[in-house]
Ligand binder design. Structure first.
Ligand SMILES: [Fe+2]
Length: 359
């Protein structure tokens, strides 16, 4: 069994304010990668204050797109290099955090083109700090950076591992999230926990995934009914971190593999897209006993009950059959995701997993 997670992590109300000196100690010129919401939830001003207090200069890129593309990473790289950044801070949901990792790689290799992101080779990168403002991706404790590849019409993880050196998780930032975003991001966490626990290579993630599932299960009705309080946000943040730690060991599996086309072509939010396949995946999982034990940790008696809860929570329209079939065929070519499933698979079995959302 191997467990590897080298990120120094704080989960606290006021995590940035209390540990700002550690953030500022990462360098003398910070390149901040974020989106538009970090200015509203207080995270950006907390980071700016921490840097200013310690005399660290910074440049802010606040236009990170949802599901950032390789092309946008190159724009960030040019800005970071011009500024002379010696470390990168990602603030936001999965998109800015993943973009910060890729920008840190490219900024340390200014002579390379974006192709290098998907080449297997040794590359150094600038240190990365992560300040998440959603409880979903767990990207602050993973090595993954998932980018949009327009030339391939999909999203894909880059070939390099970039663990943040420091993660500052303040559940207070979650309080301004719209209910739909809470659902979408929480379901991303749920997919990480389940896909990791059901992965063929689950040895390194059993403890983190099982604890995360119990925490998530304790929040499930509050998520559905929008009865979110400080304690629930803290619990969700723990679950998200445990989900990230879990997939850092195992990677993700079929629901994530199927989700990318849905996000790329239909614009469905990442966690929601994963969730649309999660109920069918668990309900059709070949090891029935493991699937059942897994949903019991969430507080459901059967996999059918779990699937029904998810269907109600997401309340999505069914997809076109031709789209589902094309997606199943595409995934049959995605060896990285298939190897984690560990059971024999064909298009028909994949369609059964997709079944709940086919017209
Ligand atoms: Fe995810």
């Amino acid at each position: 069994m191997k467990f590897y997670m080298p990120t120094r992590l704080y989960i606290d109300n006021k995590a940035v304010r209390d540990h700002g000196a550690e953030l500022a100690a990462l360098g003398s010129r910070a390149f901040i990668v974020t989106g538009s919401s970090s200015a509203k939830n207080g995270s950006l001003s907390d980071v700016k204050n921490a840097l200013e207090t310690q005399g660290v200069k910074y440049d802010i890129f606040d236009e990170t797109e949802a599901n950032p593309s390789v092309e946008q990473i190159m724009i960030m790289r040019d800005r970071a290099v011009k500024f002379g950044a010696d470390f990168v801070i990602g603030i936001g949901g999965g998109s800015p955090l993943d973009a910060a990792k890729a920008a840190a790689l490219m900024a340390a290799n200014p002579d390379k083109t974006g192709d290098v992101l998907y080449q297997k080779c040794e590359l150094r990168h600038l240190p990365v700090a992560a300040v998440p403002t959603t409880a979903g991706t767990g990207s602050e404790v993973t090595q993954y950076s998932i980018l949009t590849r327009h030339e391939k019409h999909t999203k894909k993880s880059i070939s390099h591992a970039v663990f943040p050196v420091l993660a500052l998780d303040d559940p207070g930032y979650l309080q301004t999230l719209p209910h739909k975003t809470v659902i979408d991001t929480a379901v991303d966490t749920l997919a990480h926990l389940i896909e990791s626990r059901l992965s063929k290579n689950h040895a390194g993630s059993i403890f983190t995934a099982e604890k995360g599932l119990e925490l998530w299960g304790g929040c499930k009705y509050k998520i559905r009914d929008n009865k979110l309080d400080e304690q629930t946000f803290l619990q969700l943040m723990y679950a998200s971190v445990l989900g990230g730690m879990s997939i850092a060991q195992t990677s993700t599996s079929l629901p994530h593999g199927l989700s990318y086309k849905l996000t790329y072509e239909l614009g469905v939010a990442h966690g929601r897209a994963c969730g649309m396949y999660l109920g069918g995946y668990v309900d059709n999982y070949p090891d029935k006993s493991l699937a059942e034990t897994t949903v019991k940790r969430l507080g459901f008696n059967t996999t059918a009950q779990f699937k029904a809860f998810l269907t109600e929570l997401l309340n999505e329209k069914p997809l076109d059959k031709a789209f589902a079939l094309e997606n199943a065929r595409g995934l049959m070519q995605n060896k990285d995701k298939l190897k984690n499933h560990g059971f024999e698979l064909d298009e028909e079995k994949l369609l059964e997993m997709e079944n709940m959302y086919i017209k």
